[in-house]
Design a protein around this ligand. Sequence first.
Ligand code: SF4
Length: 656
Amino acid sequence: MAQKATCTASWSHAPGIEPLQGRHCVTDDAKNAAALAAKGAEELVDPASARAKPLPRQLPVVRGPDLPGTGAALVLAPARMINEVLYCERLMYLEFVQGEWADNVFTVDGQVVHRKVNEEVKPLRPARTAPPPESDEEVEEERPYVARSVWLSSERLGITAKIDLVEVEGGNVVPVEYKRSTRPDVPEGAYLPERAQVCAQVLLLREHGYACDSGEIYYAKDRQRVPIAMPEWLIDRTLQAAARIRELALKGELPPPLDDSPKCHGCSLVGICLPDETRALARDEEPAELEDDPSFDVGDDPWGLAVGIERPERGVRRLFPARDDKLPVYVQTQGAAIRLEGERLIVQSKGENAREARLTNTSHVALYGSVNLSTPALRTLLDRGIPVLFFSYGGWFTGQASGHDSKNVELRLAQYAATQDRERCLKLARGFVSSKISNCRTLLRRNHAKPDAIALSELKQLARKAREAEAIESLLGIEGTAARRYFAEFAGMLKGTGISEFDLEGRNRRPPRDPINALLSFTYSLLTKELTLAIRAVGLDALLGFYHQPHFGRPSLALDLMEEFRPVIADSVVIGAINTGVVKSDDFVRAAGAVALTTPARKRLILAFERRMDSLVTHPIFDYRISYRRVLEVQARLLSRVLLGELPRYPEFRIR
Ligand code: SF4
């Protein structure tokens, strides 16, 4: 199946002050630009090369504006972003301005192709300034050669590019862009975004004094090279695209998603962008008409990717996988040691056979109590973006180690601003609490042997009161009352023999004083871990909440988002574990008034929790089926859209 060809060569926000194979391009550009400005340049003739072709007309000199909110200078539009902005402005913004990135099968393929191309850096020799060669030595020097990974920048053009390959023959150079896909079946041999990317490379080569008439794209899958001509309109379109990148970045506003576009099917950022979800939620209160870019020349479904996509009634397509293929690794055997062997984690416990987990299949690693993780293993996990989460032996979530923070500074600034705004905090908190009470009520209604009508009615009223609460303090009171009412009915949801041995003295913790509270505390801790991971993946700060106030080391935002999922995920796991005999009354140890789970019982409870996280649920708003683990990430992402002002309100997850 074909897909949008994505170049994955690295690029930088930095304004290109790196030496370019022994040559400071920006310095040259700056001099050139200054000289041209000084003489009021009518035309652009490269002063360094008699054989370099002049650009056809004067191009605007680009100034480097600041990226709003970050203070980081944004001077140059990478050629790859010129490709992206012509494909989808939102995609460019997410990647270039917000620093978002996600791999899919196509980007991973693209990385492999580029790794092969770029594994050896071969410099591009300076553009020739002397007359044509005469002596044998000079002729020898003029032999064709190939330069690889050539990084060129121009402040005057406002463009930077890392060119995969430049072929040099005689006085002419040809940039070659590698794409992982097959040659598209269009008369021009390539889509506009890709041609514009090559055009940017041609312009940069010309700007640096090389004679460059055209470029080429090499399609790796069918090993075809396609020549890319440089008509005037393409140069115009390329420069307009570079200007548009700067304009969008300066505006500091995430462009709207495309409307029902087939382009989204193969977009690697679709799980971050959530195009249909965003449009559906924005429509709720704001029926703004958001148009696709009419000038884009890719057909309706150029890659045939729209075939077979289910479209639920609400019209929200599920454009990302329903569940994550990767699995968490839990290690709770005391004294166990984890080391790295090639691409595998080896877990060795005393008196047991070693267990192993492939890094490529691992989503995160959770360690309970005294477990040793070798430094090479930790470093590799962090390098691969696989978080390590630490729990006390008793199951208390104590912290995590993960790689670099998300690059989405814009989002964190929006979060910090929102936490200072009491009205916004209250609005969000009302939703979290009201939704939690409502979900508790639904759980009782569905699972209680004889649901108490008065309790259900009280919970309904408390959910409504929460929605209208005028202060966070009143919400705390409403939530407390609802919790007491709910837990008073909780035992009615337990079934089967032996349940009489499970007593529940209301909700108690630190330490739990009865088996049910021990089970609840343990699963809440697992759920906190999941929300912390989801929040971090989105780029939010888990410590800064809206309902739960900051408290030393407490993941307040995870606790906020967790409210509505406590009954739906954690309580359901506990009820299911008791009702199906996964845990029995003799699975607990009691000491000094505290109750804790035995190690084998914990293992079974973790498995039950994992099954729940992996099970599919119909999203109550979007009507498509995804795993609970995916739901948590979608909800965290939607919260981020609310904070950035794209969505008017947080869409609560309410079961029916
Ligand atoms: S999912 Fe669609 S709208 Fe979103 S960034 Fe990708 S192409 Fe653009």
